[in-house]
Design a protein around this ligand. Structure first.
Ligand SMILES: NC(=O)c1ccc[n+]([C@@H]2O[C@H](COP(=O)([O-])OP(=O)(O)OC[C@H]3O[C@@H](n4cnc5c(N)ncnc54)[C@H](OP(=O)(O)O)[C@@H]3O)[C@@H](O)[C@H]2O)c1
Length: 292
């Protein structure tokens, strides 16, 4: 029987409705409008699209948004000054510097410069450390989105074997850590796989919940999963174009074959993707609340 679809588009809509109510309350009770500053360096088309989507989400929800586009040859010092300006601006509760940055800029220096209380991407080492010990205010957006997808689909993680494929700092490592936390939404036994893993399928077949973030289409095939697995496919791969010139997206999992064995699975698009920006909005609202 085909798997139940975990519909990120619908869950994201639910969360945005909740956020809208929180924003209305912040405005009416405290006179505070959450504010997000986005900084785009250069004119990478993909980054432009992402920053545009974040701006649009702010506008739709009633979050104040301030976007600054600077040229690709902006110096690191000028970028650090810009970050400092937003650190000091009380209208701004969250700062997002769109990555990747041009090669002449040290991205970690820029991330370190963001005030941790305004680090709504949760990339600053202080926030990464807090996540690890389970005391974080912010959770990184994509992993946080995955937690919400599971929770709101009534999929418990407690005592389950969660296998994560991919160890990036923005997805694999933080979601593995969150799954380990001894709290609701975590408390799982976790295996983290990467390109150094010998015989990946041995591990993926043991998964009760399989989270895949590798960036290659069809890395996970039906032979690599057990019956009844829950699959969260984070991958976004451009695998072609429609006759109208629109990108065709696919995940890291062979969706058609794996859905025949899985109990539940996220589609691509419409699974994890819509959650990421929603959780960024959520973090901006949390930062605004904390500023009161
Ligand atoms: N939907 C969203 O909102 C969202 C957000 C973030 C990312 N993504 C997508 O998720 C995917 C992953 O992104 P990322 O930033 O986490 O990627 P990344 O930084 O490129 O990391 C990929 C990870 O996958 C591992 N890997 C690659 N091929 C593998 C294989 N065949 N077997 C086992 N491990 C393998 C790599 O291992 P090594 O460390 O050993 O190299 C690496 O740890 C991309 O398609 C990206 O576009 C989507």
């Amino acid at each position: 029987m085909p798997a139940k679809l975990i519909k990120g588009t619908e869950i994201s809509k639910q969360i945005r409705e909740e956020i809208t109510r929180e924003i209305e309350e912040l405005k009416s009770k405290h006179g505070v409008t959450p504010g997000l500053a986005t900084i785009l360096v250069g004119d990478d088309p993909g980054s432009k699209v992402y920053v545009g989507q974040k701006e649009k989400a702010c506008n739709n929800l009633g979050i104040y948004s301030e976007r600054t586009d600077v040229p690709a040859d902006t110096s690191e010092a000028d970028l650090l000054d810009l970050v400092k300006k937003f650190n000091d601006d009380p209208k701004i509760h969250g700062i997002l510097v769109q990555l990747p940055l041009p090669k002449h800029i040290d991205a970690s220096r820029v991330i370190y410069a963001i005030e941790p209380d305004k680090d709504v991407d949760c990339f600053h080492p202080v926030n990464v450390g807090k996540l690890m010990i389970g005391t974080g205010r912010f959770l990184p957006c994509t992993p946080h989105g995955i937690l919400e997808l599971l929770k709101r689909s009534d999929i418990t993680t407690e005592g389950k074997h969660v296998v994560v494929v991919g160890r990036s700092n923005i997805v694999g490592k933080p979601i593995a850590n969150l799954m380990l936390q001894p709290s609701p939404g975590g408390n799982a036994t976790v295996t983290l796989c990467h390109t150094g893993t010998k015989d990946l399928a041995t591990y993926t077949r043991m998964a009760d919940i399989l989270i895949v973030a590798v960036g290659h289409p069809k890395t996970i095939t039906a032979e690599m999963v057990k019956e009844g697995v829950v699959v969260i496919d984070v991958g976004v791969n451009r695998t072609g174009k429609t006759p109208e010139g629109k990108a065709i997206l696919s995940g890291d999992v062979d969706f058609d074959a794996v859905q025949e064995k899985a109990a539940a699975i996220t589609p691509v698009p419409g699974g994890v993707g819509p959650m990421t920006i929603t959780m960024l909005m959520k973090n901006t609202v949390e930062a605004a609340k904390a500023s009161i």
